[in-house]
Design a protein around this ligand. Structure first.
Ligand SMILES: [Zn+2]
Length: 437
């Protein structure tokens, strides 16, 4: 190879300078590029308890990332290495979880346990046991486990260490990339943008494995803070959402116009400019269907502004936080497909509204559940129809059939479902869910 002088090694790589906060185009100055790229992953720190081996690998990765400014190829190597650390993190977490003992279940035989002191032990033992058709015992389940990445992923989900439906689809993609990195079949080049995202995703995954959700995370977000809000609308289809505090201020509308407005009090994710969690569907609120993207809880109404203010002063409802991932929805198919419903609301329906076919689906968002059920009507689209993870989208099928069958499938994962009966309220205009009975 050609020997390059130190000065040249220290010089910024032209390709790296082409990436700037506005995408490809203008070139950055080397010192700005160095700072800008490091900032992309500066805040993804690991949680306290993360295993030392995983932590060392991750910190080394962050260190090397900074050198991408000098050598563009570093971004590809960082992306590849991140995928290998993904597997290392699962192995390290597995060793902590098993605490030195793994148990297998054989067909028609008592469970057998083995002592393991390293992941190599786990792998050798699991490989042998898999050939005898034995399964690894994980709490109340027994799973296929041969010690490879596929088994580790199944274990982490079964043990309840990873959560979320959309994050599962990302885990799928990471596993495919990881296998590609381990057995490359061609040439690929990562960009600083791609490498930074992989590092950030990896940090979220490691933290979640060790029990820490990421505040404002993309994959494993911490529960979202909900505040008390007031929704109001008038006969001409105008709607607004305000924080409850705004009711003590003078009415924003003219007096006579204000009389036309109806008000309901809800718990909702507050609108924060620039936040990735703003609910674009807030104005679709409906007590019967899950037509907002994030869970919005009905508290009071409808009534006038004055009545809403009096209720708020009397009751002083508390703020809370919600985990919106892994929600269970029921989708009713009767003459047409209706929007997803919360199981508690479905449980409170009168007999004559329980008709049709019902689907129990787990998803992060109601639109994901709906899109899956709609997609599963077409047998060529590849959506799962039997219980399990859908290979075509980020939904999980829990069950379907009659109303009772679907509700039972929901109760199997949620526990007993307590019926709620809410006054029927919805905002008048709908863009995203216009087809409601
Ligand atoms: Zn699907």
């Amino acid at each position: 190879m050609e020997i390059r002088p130190l000065e040249e090694l220290r010089a910024a790589d032209d390709l790296s300078l082409a990436f700037n906060p506005w995408g490809l185009g203008g070139r950055m100055r080397p010192e700005n590029a160095a700072e800008f790229q490091q900032r992309q992953i500066a805040d993804c720190d690991l949680a306290e308890g993360v295993a030392a081996g995983t932590r060392d690998s991750f910190e080394r990765l962050r260190t090397v990332f900074a050198y991408g400014v000098l050598c563009y190829d570093v971004y590809t190597m960082v992306g590849d290495q991140a995928l290998l650390i993904y597997e290392q993190a699962l192995r390290d977490r597995f060793m902590e979880w098993c605490a030195g003992t793994i148990t297998f279940r054989l067909p028609q035989a008592p469970d057998v346990s083995y002592t393991v002191t390293s992941y190599d032990d786990v792998k050798k033992r699991s490989d042998r046991m898999t050939r005898q058709r034995a399964k690894l015992v994980v709490a109340t389940h027994a799973i296929e486990f041969n010690g490879m990445l596929h088994g580790l992923r199944l274990w982490a989900r079964t043990a309840g260490l990873l959560r979320g439906r959309r994050s599962r689809a990302v885990e799928d993609a990471l596993a495919k990339l990881r296998n590609y990195v381990a057995h490359p079949s061609g040439h690929h080049v990562d960009t600083p943008v791609g490498a930074a995202r992989t590092v950030r995703d990896l940090a979220e995954l490691i933290n979640q494995l060790w029990g820490q959700a990421t505040s404002d995370g993309r994959l494993y977000p911490a529960p979202l803070h909900r505040e008390i809000a007031v929704l109001s609308w008038n006969g001409s289809g105008r709607a607004r959402m305000e924080p409850a505090d705004a009711l003590t201020a003078p009415d924003p509308t003219e007096d006579q116009e204000s009389d036309e407005y109806q008000h309901v009090v809800v718990r909702a994710i507050p609108f924060i400019p620039g936040s990735r969690w703003n609910d674009a569907h807030w104005a679709e609120f409906d007590t019967r269907y899950e037509t907002t993207r994030f869970p919005m809880e009905y508290l009071w109404g409808p009534g006038t502004r004055e009545e809403a203010r009096a209720w708020l002063e009397q009751e002083r409802p508390e703020v809370d936080s919600v985990d919106f991932t892994d929600r269970v929805f029921l989708v009713q198919d009767h003459e047409r497909l209706l929007p997803p419903m919360r199981p508690a609301v479905a449980a409170g329906l009168p007999d004559d509204e329980r008709v049709g076919i019902w689907h129990a689906v787990r998803a992060d968002f109601p639109d994901d559940a709906f899109a899956h059920v709609r997609g599963s009507r077409d047998s060529g689209a590849g959506h799962a129809r039997r219980p399990g993870d859908c290979p075509a989208c980020s939904a999980e099928v829990l069950g379907s059939g009659s109303y009772n069958e679907a509700l039972r499938a929901a109760a199997a994962v949620l526990g007993p479902i307590e019926a709620v009966q809410l006054p029927s309220i919805r905002l008048p205009l709908s863009i995203f869910w216009p087809d409601r009975p």
